[in-house]
Ligand binder design. Structure first.
Ligand code: ATP
Ligand code: MG
Length: 137
């Protein structure tokens, strides 16, 4: 049983897509092990995406992620890390497969509706970034 972190980004929450996105995870056999709505501070967004701090889009990414609330979830299930990435689709929605969240809902490579951990090790760190062990079921 794996755990991974999912974030419904500001563009998804703003457009009232929380339920449809959560349904995608549940329909594909992932469980919502923890969930909360939070407004990221600039400091939190910079720390969360620190791996991208040298990239040209970093400032834009931090501004986007902090402009309104997000929904953070710990997803649980067999092969949850890879399964979540599959359900999300490619980073660029124009390249995302049919039926994926980004194909269905994302407007651009920047505002791409969901985040998902990219490996088991980063998933552990990212889940712990938002949730105490006692909040995960
Ligand atoms: P995420 O980490 O959010 O799940 P990802 O792993 O598919 O997305 P990354 O390469 O980690 O993609 O990029 C992190 C985020 O930075 C992207 O989801 C997107 O919001 C933003 N981003 C990536 N590339 C660009 C770009 N060329 N222009 C603008 N924003 C970008
Ligand atoms: Mg990533």
């Amino acid at each position: 049983m794996e755990r991974t972190l999912s974030i419904i980004k500001p563009d998804g929450v703003e457009r009232n897509l929380i339920g449809q996105i959560v349904s995608k995870f549940e329909e594909n056999g992932l469980n919502i092990a923890a969930m909360k709505k939070v407004r990221l501070s600039k400091h939190q967004a910079e720390a969360f995406y620190a791996v991208h701090k040298e990239r040209p889009f970093f400032g834009e990414l931090v501004d986007f992620m902090t402009r309104s609330p997000v929904v953070v979830m710990c997803l649980k299930g067999e092969g949850a890390v890879a399964k979540n990435r599959e359900i999300m689709g490619a980073t660029n929605p124009e390249e995302a497969a049919d039926g994926t969240i980004r194909k269905l809902f994302a407007k651009s490579i920047g505002e791409n509706t969901v985040h998902g951990s990219d490996a088991l090790e980063t998933a552990k760190e990212e889940v712990a970034f938002f949730f105490a062990e006692s909040e995960i079921y």
